[in-house]
Write a protein that binds this ligand. Structure first.
Ligand code: NAP
Length: 276
């Protein structure tokens, strides 16, 4: 990853589309979604990560429009939910999200979970949304190596991105290496382990060394390992704090200290045993 020096720093996805490396996550932001998105855009975030499941696409769309920013300057990710993957009603699901977001296109559309026996057919159907210009990039989420191994020979378009749970307690090294090798951008959900990393003694001591906060250290660690981040907050101060990660660099020894915190701890379901 290069040029990690601005809040709107972007990298190039495998289809040539530029994506900001930092976005605001809005899972469980509820009635605070609108204000959180407005705050983030005011501060300089240029990317929002939502999903049909979160039931806040309407508030995200409204906040983007009210921000006065041009549509092309804000990158929107949303995700298709498992019921729509199971039913195969892919176009309808995408059109519903477009309507709620009040936009003509989605920048990045992700399959939220690899629903067994359904995800290959659903993904191939999602590829057609690119032809229809309803989405600019297509990706997946919560895909493990076996599911990617199964999908890649059967699809026409390599997923642009795989959004997975990863943080210092779940470093997910082999999956991230696999994604990078196959030109699939890895992205971290729960990048700050739902806030729990702020009391970790190792992270606290590194934060002290760089005069940064624990979340800034961890978010920077993700970027330096070529993983994009979408930390969630509904708190204006914390939204700002989480964006100040573009003016320092962790040295290799400190990167390694953070890798060493891995305990394969998950905050969310294991995709290998998810109750679909
Ligand atoms: N693809 C998937 O299956 C999937 C699953 C889960 C999440 N996601 C996406 O990933 C995003 C991020 O993941 P996440 O929301 O689960 O977890 P997260 O971003 O790791 O953590 C969010 C939690 O940390 C707190 N927080 C944020 N900044 C903080 C700071 N600077 N200091 C202390 N606490 C802070 C937040 O509280 P406040 O809001 O009160 O600040 C919230 O409770 C989601 O919002 C969603 O967009 C995707």
């Amino acid at each position: 990853m290069t040029n990690l020096d601005r809040i709107d720093s972007r990298i190039t996805l495998n289809n040539g589309l530029l994506i900001p490396v930092l976005g605001l996550g809005v899972y469980k932001s509820g009635s605070k979604t609108y204000d959180a998105v407005r705050s983030a855009l005011d501060i300089g975030y240029r990317r929002i990560d939502t999903a049909s499941l979160y039931e806040n696409e309407e508030a995200v769309g409204r906040a983007i429009i009210d921000s006065g920013l041009k549509r092309k300057d804000v990158f929107i990710t949303t995700k298709i939910w498992n019921t729509d993957i199971r039913s195969g009603k892919i176009l309808e699901a995408c059109e519903r999200s477009l309507e709620l977001l009040n936009t003509d296109y989605i920048d990045l559309y992700l399959m939220h979970w690899p629903v067994p026996d359904k995800y290959v057919a659903a993904y191939c159907e999602m590829e057609k949304l690119l032809d229809k210009k309803l989405i600019k990039a297509l990706g997946v989420s919560n895909f493990l190596i076996p599911q990617l191994d199964n999908l890649l020979p059967k699809c026409n378009i390599v997923p642009a991105l795989n959004q997975i749970e990863t943080h210092p307690y779940l470093t997910n090294v082999s999956l991230i290496d696999y994604c990078i090798k196959h030109n699939i951008t890895p992205e971290a959900w729960a990048p700050i382990c739902r806030g729990t990393i702020i009391s970790d003694p190792v992270i606290l001591s590194i934060a002290d060394k760089y005069s940064r906060t624990p979340t800034q250290i961890v978010l920077r660690w993700h970027l330096q390992r070529q993983t994009t981040v979408i930390p969630k907050s509904v708190n204006q101060k914390r939204i700002a704090e989480n964006s100040k990660i573009f003016d320092f660099t962790l040295d290799d020894a400190d990167m390694d200290l953070i890798y060493d915190l891995n305990s394969n701890h998950r905050t969310g379901p294991d995709p290998a045993n998810f109750d679909f």
